[in-house]
Write a protein that binds this ligand. Structure first.
Ligand SMILES: Cc1cc2nc3c(=O)[nH]c(=O)nc-3n(C[C@H](O)[C@H](O)[C@H](O)COP(=O)(O)OP(=O)(O)OC[C@H]3O[C@@H](n4cnc5c(N)ncnc54)[C@H](O)[C@@H]3O)c2cc1C
Length: 551
């Protein structure tokens, strides 16, 4: 990867807004504030280009699980008509191309400072400004600070003794070399079988001399049935695109699927099996949404889906011993991030693939020549960490964010994130978080949630300017009640029954708190709209201080 950092003078402006991040969220926020509202805006982005997730995650098989025609913006109606997606699920290069096209089309790069990490942001109560500093020596003061830093942008490489001694190459899927990695003839080890692992393992196996997969948690995954997208289908969507997108905005998960109205427990075994089979053949998230309405809510209903997938794994994987290792038994389906795949289980039928169960024989150390577990040593040329992210709070904690009276965000969130609507947190006026913890975020088709936040924050800024409001800060009671609500509804779902990254369980020492809002995209949007329509209920809005005469 070319890591040349272009020289430039430090930025020392006093402006309206700083946006951190130039992925889906930062790009649209920039367009909204700068172009639609005429604010003076500075964007900072660590990467060399736009794209966020799709700039960083270039591993083989990297692909979106949302269908292409709804994994895009809806604010640019002409672009919705013009853009032609090639596949059912867009691959990383295509999404990156799309986001670069959006940046070109709206001339969004000219106020983005690339290769620049925001290191700190401090609130100055005296003049109600944020002071933002970067690793390039920039110091920018602004009224509004908006984080568009992503929920999954802080890669997690587990601290395994000996990594420094490894003589081969190693990579994290979330920081993949731009020039790609040639695995031809190599002995490759992949650690992790979450979404990135499930996507990359079949592709790496096709190229590697030998692939060893180190699995801690066996996964439920449903075939994606990826393929080229039917042009007639897309043309039809385009005749009613706004309706389709509006359906997503009001839905549970920001997806276009019709939810089943039937319980899995009210049909015969034969009928249930037929419904699951049809959804399995069609592929994708419909297995979760369009089959039965209680899979994620009722343990007995869930058992029927979990058992169906387990049977599929046993049917697909030829070696019964390997199949049993791949069958998830310690958590129910949907308690972790749902996965979809392309030939994942079939990959374990290949002669050049070995599965190592590190739940029962944990990794002890990385040696100069490979990985040693408690029951054996595996010689490797390359190690791939498909070990995920320090989700949601990780990107915040990599910055020193200080609010009123020097309150550090890291201290305030020591026992878990505390927000009002996932967009604001008490003690940090004029700080707005796009898809922050406590909002639907990672439980949704994210462009839908991102657009909703960008537009809601845009409305806030417009209101403040129109009404002469200088600061807006969440009210303590509103925040406390929102956090209680987020926890209460999560407790009623399957999500609490697994050690997932939603709960911070993949990061040693991270508090076990369910971070996203599980109440649904539509219900959440309605709540945000009600808050806005009631004059920003639950927020304290303060006018600009009037200068004292003679002072
Ligand atoms: C492998 C993978 C697959 C995914 N698949 C799906 C999917 O199928 N459907 C779906 O809806 N979502 C999916 N997601 C979630 C995806 O992150 C979102 O859909 C979306 O891309 C998020 O956009 P964003 O702009 O909010 O954040 P990001 O795309 O993460 O962008 C955030 C940007 O902020 C920058 N940044 C962070 N901190 C700083 C700092 N301190 N200073 C400067 N810059 C900073 C980062 O470099 C990054 O470029 C997936 C994520 C991953 C990792």
């Amino acid at each position: 990867m070319d890591t040349t950092v272009e020289t430039r003078d430090p930025i020392t402006d006093d402006i309206d807004a700083v946006i951190i991040g130039a992925g889906f969220a930062g790009l649209y926020m920039n367009q909204r504030l700068r172009d639609q509202m005429g604010l003076r805006v500075q964007v900072f982005e660590t990467g060399e280009g736009v794209g966020g997730t799709w700039y960083w995650n270039r591993y083989p098989g990297a692909r979106c699980d949302s269908e292409s025609y709804i994994y895009c913006y809806s604010f640019d109606k002409d672009l919705m008509q013009e853009w032609e997606w090639s596949g059912k699920y867009p691959e990383q290069p295509e999404i990156l191309r799309y986001l670069n096209h959006v940046a070109d089309r709206h001339d969004l790069r000219r106020n983005i400072a690339f290769q620049t990490r925001v290191t700190s942001a401090h609130w100055d109560e005296a003049d109600h400004r944020w002071t933002v500093q970067t690793d390039r020596g920039d110091t920018v003061r602004c009224q509004f600070l908006i984080t568009a830093i992503g929920c999954l942008s802080t890669g997690q490489v587990p601290k395994i003794p000996g990594l420094d001694s490894f003589q081969g190459d190693w990579y994290h899927t979330g920081a993949w070399p731009h020039e790609g990695v040639d695995f031809t003839g190599k002995r490759v080890g992949v650690i992790g079988t979450g979404s990135s692992g499930v996507q990359s393992i079949p592709r790496i196996a096709e190229q590697a001399g030998h692939l060893t997969v180190f699995q801690r948690t066996a996964q439920y995954t449903v075939p994606a049935r990826h393929g080229t997208v039917d042009k007639a289908f897309l043309d039809d969507i385009k005749t009613r695109y706004e309706d389709v997108y509006e359906y997503c905005r009001r839905s549970a998960g920001g997806q276009p699927y019709t939810l089943s109205e039937r319980s899995a427990l009210t049909v015969s075994d034969e009928e249930r099996a037929a419904v699951f089979e049809a959804a399995w053949q069609e592929g994708g998230f419909k297995f979760l949404t369009a089959t039965f309405n209680d899979i994620a809510l009722d343990r007995r209903a869930n058992d029927t889906a979990s058992e169906f997938i387990r049977a599929k794994i046993r049917e697909t994987v030829k070696d019964p011993e390997v199949a049993e290792k791949l069958v998830p038994v310690d958590h129910p389906f949907t308690s972790k991030r749902p996965l979809i795949d392309t030939h994942y289980f079939e990959t374990y039928n290949r002669d050049n693939v070995t599965l190592v169960d590190i739940r029962h024989a944990p990794i002890e150390e990385i040696t100069p020549t490979g990985i040693r577990t408690t029951d054996g040593e595996y010689e490797l040329d390359v190690i791939v960490f498909a070990t995920g992210f320090d989700a949601m709070t990780g990107p915040f904690f990599r910055m020193d964010i200080q609010g009123k009276d020097g309150l550090k965000l890291k201290d305030k969130w020591e026992h878990g994130p505390l927000t009002y609507l996932g967009v604001s947190t008490v003690g940090f006026p004029n700080l707005f978080m796009i898809t922050g913890p406590g909002s639907p975020s990672v439980l949704s088709n994210m462009p839908v949630s991102i657009e909703q936040h960008v537009e809601w924050i845009g409305d806030v800024v417009e209101h403040m300017r129109a009404e002469g409001v200088e600061t807006m800060e969440a009210d303590q009671q509103a925040e406390t009640e929102w956090v209680a609500h987020v926890n209460e509804i999560a407790a009623a779902t399957m999500f609490m029954l697994a050690d997932s990254w939603y709960l911070g369980a993949n990061i040693p020492g991270k508090p076990r708190v369910f971070m996203p809002y599980v109440g649904g995209v539509g219900a959440y949007r309605q709540k945000c709209d009600e808050v806005r329509d009631a004059g920003y209920e639950g927020f304290n809005l303060s006018p600009a201080a009037t200068p004292v005469a003679g002072a």
